[in-house]
Design a protein around this ligand. Structure first.
Ligand SMILES: *[C@@H]1O[C@H](CO)[C@@H](O)[C@H](O)[C@H]1NC(C)=O
Ligand SMILES: *[C@@H]1O[C@H](CO)[C@@H](O)[C@H](O)[C@H]1NC(C)=O
Ligand SMILES: *[C@@H]1O[C@H](CO)[C@@H](O)[C@H](O)[C@H]1NC(C)=O
Ligand SMILES: *[C@@H]1O[C@H](CO)[C@@H](O)[C@H](O)[C@H]1NC(C)=O
Ligand SMILES: *[C@@H]1O[C@H](CO)[C@@H](O)[C@H](O)[C@H]1NC(C)=O
Ligand SMILES: *[C@@H]1O[C@H](CO)[C@@H](O)[C@H](O)[C@H]1NC(C)=O
Ligand SMILES: *[C@@H]1O[C@H](CO)[C@@H](O)[C@H](O)[C@H]1NC(C)=O
Ligand SMILES: *[C@@H]1O[C@H](CO)[C@@H](O)[C@H](O)[C@H]1NC(C)=O
Ligand SMILES: *[C@@H]1O[C@H](CO)[C@@H](O)[C@H](O)[C@H]1NC(C)=O
Ligand SMILES: *[C@@H]1O[C@H](CO)[C@@H](O)[C@H](O)[C@H]1NC(C)=O
Ligand SMILES: *[C@@H]1O[C@H](CO)[C@@H](O)[C@H](O)[C@H]1NC(C)=O
Ligand SMILES: *[C@@H]1O[C@H](CO)[C@@H](O)[C@H](O)[C@H]1NC(C)=O
Length: 842
């Protein structure tokens, strides 16, 4: 059993942790609602609640309670959130909405009740919603409009009744009062017929801008006159009719005025609808501005009636039709815009389309079966825009012969096609302003100056056209050009030379992904107005200030994905003040501390720099993939410290090394000395004196010192290095062990050579220190003739005056020699141990 008061360690830790958990977090754990934006937007989905959750404050504007289990709403249900503007109650299992449930929501503008099978809806269920603009009753098990208690919602703009079981379009009277209604959707209901009078409520209010969606119903008939006098913004009739009833039903639209009429099916819908002769005949009685025909299957040979009744519509969109040709165009057609998207042409039907004399915009796009352009557009003097993009066109002699007397053509889009050969003939389309060839293989540009006659062109896109710019005059003639896009092409020798010389109005140039390795000095000289340059994804190693200096109007420069290592000071200086965006991400940055100023500049200019997260160090390897903006500059300072300390350490090592080198012998001596001390006592004095001398004086030593001393009476025993040192033992060991340790005295033969020899100096030094340490008998200094007295004084210093030392001068005359010998033998005699033989000889 634990002792009283001894909390287990784990419990203590948990308690401590709890004490430090921030309060709001623990609040969150209890609160099932997610605060999307503080105080105003809350999401409390999937709850089993009755009432607004406590965590939702009265400041809430947007509340999402979807997928909760609410079951029924009672009166004043939302009292706690009086400022609510948006309320989502999708899939809340609501079956009952009692009277005055939303009474406290005068500001609510959107109420979503999607997917609740409402069975009981009080007459005053929506009372109080005085600002409601959008009511979504999708999938709420409605069968008719009449029992919907919404008549008082005068502010309603959008009412969505999609996916219900409404069978009749009879609009109750109260719709006359909904003057703000803009969108009324009966998408996917069960309307089978529309009768006269059903839409009377729309007729009475002067409603000019209502979109009525009747798509996905099962309409068998529309009584003629049902739409007479009705004005709508849009009427959507996709998959609205029972198969084969479309043609007759459309007759019932007579008298309708509509801005946009959409007829057709949904492509994923199982109801197929083919185009039959006279299918659209009913539309002759409909006034419309735009007609959209969408997703009809087979046309067979019935296309000649297609435009019969829509020939005066100003805009026609034909989408996803199996239309393979255009056979008949009504005379005097007033169609201004015609679009055929995903139609089934295999040749551009230029001849027939030229009959639309009023045509201003023509788009034939997105069909991979459209391959040839053999026919010619003729006399479309109003035509301004022609878009033939995203087909599979292949043709040559672009682009004059295809457009006879189309002198107003300003936009020509031939992008995303297969293969087009340009000849340079643009005579018929000289007024072109926009020309787009991107992602179409081109032949011509790059080799010849094909654009010479396009003096007015302001926009040219030849990106990804497999163009190789070889000619310096590739862009000659484009004197008005403002935008040139040519990403994904190449330049001769992967080099930008003087390619842009006459493009003085250019403000956007995209030469990204062009395999560029080099940019010549004067390349951008003629581009003083350039505002945007994209030179990313090339192989450029440098940003040469001289090259980019002329671009003083630049605002956007994309130099990303090149092989730049650094932006040097000189390069940064020429960046114009106008620059707003600079992208140098994904280059091979060198983050060495040598470029500390660059790294600092990066930190200071984060507003200018784009894609900062992609600016990574490449070298040196120990910082590879470190983000440049978050690069730790202080590591550079630490490095400097490291360098300094390394230098200091290195210096110390060098000094120590030099000292060791210089005093090697002394050190060695010290070592031997220390070890020698032990042996000293055991060792007898083998020699009377150890002679240190210069090898140059060996002759003198042998003749004047060794012979007289060793052969004299008493005989003295001298230690001579050339004779007595043990072979195979280091010389220093010999000096110390054989010389000093085994001798009573040291004789130093001092000559000019001795003073010059380092070796002799060393031995002399050892002798001196030996004398001091061991208290041994003195050093006998024999100074030979011709020795420089100054040097001698300096070298021997005080030692010659020390009491125990003997200072002898050698002179080569008999008297001096006699005195010398008496003094020398006298010194050597001191403390000599006589052995028997020697004593006898004495
Ligand atoms: C949210 O409401 C609280 C209390 O009413 C208030 O202190 C806080 O400033 C509000 N926050 C914001 C972002 O309005
Ligand atoms: C929801 O709560 C009620 C009681 O408030 C309970 O009877 C019911 O089982 C709960 N449903 C779920 C799915 O938890
Ligand atoms: C919201 O609640 C606070 C107290 O939590 C209260 O002081 C304030 O008056 C309430 N605001 C409204 C509009 O009810
Ligand atoms: C739709 O409402 C009817 C009564 O009006 C009811 O019988 C039927 O079950 C409801 N359907 C669903 C799916 O709740
Ligand atoms: C339309 O609104 C007016 C005034 O609000 C009202 O008198 C009239 O009864 C309403 N009409 C219908 C059909 O609800
Ligand atoms: C009609 O309504 C649409 C949105 O439904 C809106 O974009 C358009 O501007 C409106 N037109 C007029 C004339 O009010
Ligand atoms: C088109 O308008 C012209 C004259 O404005 C008229 O003669 C012709 O019948 C109209 N065509 C259709 C289909 O309405
Ligand atoms: C182009 O037209 C053909 C023939 O109608 C059709 O089969 C094909 O799906 C269309 N292609 C596209 C991409 O729409
Ligand atoms: C083209 O226009 C010129 C003059 O505007 C005219 O003489 C010529 O006949 C026209 N050609 C065609 C094919 O329409
Ligand atoms: C040309 O068409 C392509 C593909 O539809 C489109 O992306 C491009 O913007 C168009 N070009 C111009 C200049 O409108
Ligand atoms: C270059 O431009 C000038 C004026 O903008 C023009 O006079 C000259 O002919 C052009 N040169 C070429 C080769 O297009
Ligand atoms: C530059 O071109 C590349 C593609 O080549 C593109 O991803 C990038 O967004 C362009 N840069 C700018 C600033 O538009």
């Amino acid at each position: 059993m634990p002792k009283r008061g001894a909390l287990p360690l784990g419990t203590l830790l948990v308690l401590l942790l709890l004490a430090f958990v921030p309060f709001p977090l623990s609040g969150c754990l209890l609160d099932p609602c997610l605060e999307i934006t503080p105080n105003t937007t809350f999401r409390c989905t999937g709850l089993n609640i009755s009432g607004v959750p406590d965590g939702v404050p009265n400041t809430t504007l947007n509340l999402d309670l979807s997928f909760s289990n609410l079951k029924s709403l009672g009166s004043n249900y939302f009292t706690s959130v009086p400022e609510l503007q948006f309320l989502d109650l999708s899939r809340c299992h609501i079956h009952t909405i009692e009277d005055n449930s939303f009474m406290d929501l005068p500001s609510l503008s959107t109420l979503v009740l999607t997917a609740n099978s409402l069975q009981q809806l009080g007459k005053a269920a929506f009372n109080g919603l005085t600002s409601l603009k959008k009511l979504v009753l999708v999938e709420t098990n409605r069968t008719s409009l009449s029992e919907l208690p919404i008549g008082h919602l005068h502010t309603l703009q959008e009412l969505n009744l999609g996916h219900n079981s409404i069978t009749s379009l009879k609009l109750p009277k109260y719709f006359t009062n909904m003057t703000s209604l803009r969108h009324l959707s009966f998408f996917s209901n069960r309307i089978t017929s529309i009768s006269r009078g059903d839409l009377d409520a729309l007729r009475e209010g002067s409603r000019l801008n209502l979109t009525l969606v009747l798509s996905l119903n099962n309409i068998k008939s529309i009584e003629p006159g049902a739409f007479a006098g009705i004005r709508l913004a849009e009427l959507a009739l996709r998959s609205a009719f029972e198969s084969s009833m479309m043609q007759t039903a459309l007759q019932g639209l007579a008298g309708l005025q509509v801005s946009r009429l959409t007829v057709g099916v949904f492509s994923d819908h199982d109801r197929e609808q083919d185009f039959e002769r006279g299918l659209l005949d009913g539309l002759c009685q409909v006034q419309m501005e735009e007609f959209v025909l969408i997703c009809l299957g087979d046309f067979e040979d019935d296309t000649d009636t297609l435009f019969d009744c829509v020939g005066n519509v100003s805009s026609i969109r034909l989408v996803d039709l199996g239309l393979e040709q255009i056979s008949q165009v009504p005379v005097g057609s007033k169609v201004k815009q015609l679009e055929c998207k995903k139609c089934g042409f295999d040749d551009v039907p230029a001849m027939k389309l030229s009959l639309f004399k009023e045509l201003r915009v023509l788009r034939i796009t997105k069909n991979r079966s459209l391959k040839t352009f053999d026919q010619k557009f003729e006399g479309l003097s109003n035509l301004e825009v022609i878009d033939l993009s995203e087909n599979r066109l292949t043709f040559s002699r672009c682009c004059s012969p295809q457009f006879r007397n189309c002198s107003n053509l300003k936009h020509l889009n031939l992008s995303f096609n297969s293969y087009i050969r340009l000849t340079g003939d643009f005579i018929n389309v000289e007024n072109l302003l926009y020309l787009d060839f991107q992602h179409t293989t081109l032949f011509g540009p790059g080799s010849y100056p094909v654009f010479l006659s396009l003096q007015r062109l302001i926009y040219l896109d030849i990106s990804h056209t497999k163009t190789e710019v070889k000619s310096q005059c590739t862009f000659c003639g484009l004197n008005s050009l403002q935008v040139l896009k040519m990403a994904g092409n190449s330049f001769a020798d992967n080099k930008l030379a003087n390619n842009f010389k006459n493009l003085s109005h250019l403000h956007t140039l995209d030469i990204s992904s062009c395999k560029l390795e080099h940019v010549d000095q004067s390349t951008f000289d003629a581009l003083p107005e350039l505002k945007e340059l994209n030179i990313s994804n090339n192989k450029l190693l440098t940003f040469d200030p001289g090259v980019y200096q002329p671009l003083q109007a630049l605002r956007v420069l994309d130099f990303s994905r090149n092989q730049l290592t650094v932006l040097l000071d000189s390069a940064r200086e020429i960046l114009p003040d106008s620059l707003l965006l600079l992208d140098i991400s994904q280059n091979l940055f060198d983050c060495s501390c040598v470029y500390l100023d660059f790294l600092m500049w990066i930190k200071e200019n984060q507003e200018l720099l784009q894609n900062e997260e992609l600016m990574l160090c490449h070298t040196p390897s120990y910082v590879a993939n470190v983000s440049l903006p978050s690069f730790d500059l202080s590591s550079c300072h630490v490095d400097a410290g490291k360098v300094a300390s390394s230098v200091v350490v290195l210096l110390c090592v060098m000094v120590i090394f030099l000292l060791v080198y210089r005093y090697y012998f002394q050190l060695y001596y010290s070592v031997v000395l220390l070890s020698g001390c032990k042996h000293y006592a055991e060792r007898g004095d083998t020699y009377d004196a150890f002679v240190i001398h210069s090898s140059k004086d060996q002759e003198w030593v042998t003749k004047e010192l060794v012979e007289p001393l060793e052969g004299g009476r008493p005989p003295f025993h001298l230690c001579l290095y050339y004779r007595d040192f043990l072979p195979g033992v280091p010389i220093v060991t010999n000096i110390i062990q054989e010389g000093f340790l085994s001798s009573r005295n040291v004789i130093a033969v001092i000559s000019a050579e001795f003073l010059e020899s380092k070796w002799c100096s060393f031995e002399f030094d050892i002798a001196q220190s030996w004398q001091l340490v061991e208290g041994k008998a003195g050093i006998i200094m024999i100074v030979l003739e011709h020795v420089n007295k100054d040097l001698l004084r300096q070298r021997l210093g005080l030692s010659r005056y020390l009491r125990r030392n003997t200072y002898l001068e050698w002179k080569d005359n008999e008297i001096s020699k006699h005195i010398f010998w008496r003094q020398l033998t006298g010194v050597l005699m001191e403390g000599k141990n006589w052995n028997h033989e020697e004593a006898k000889l004495m």
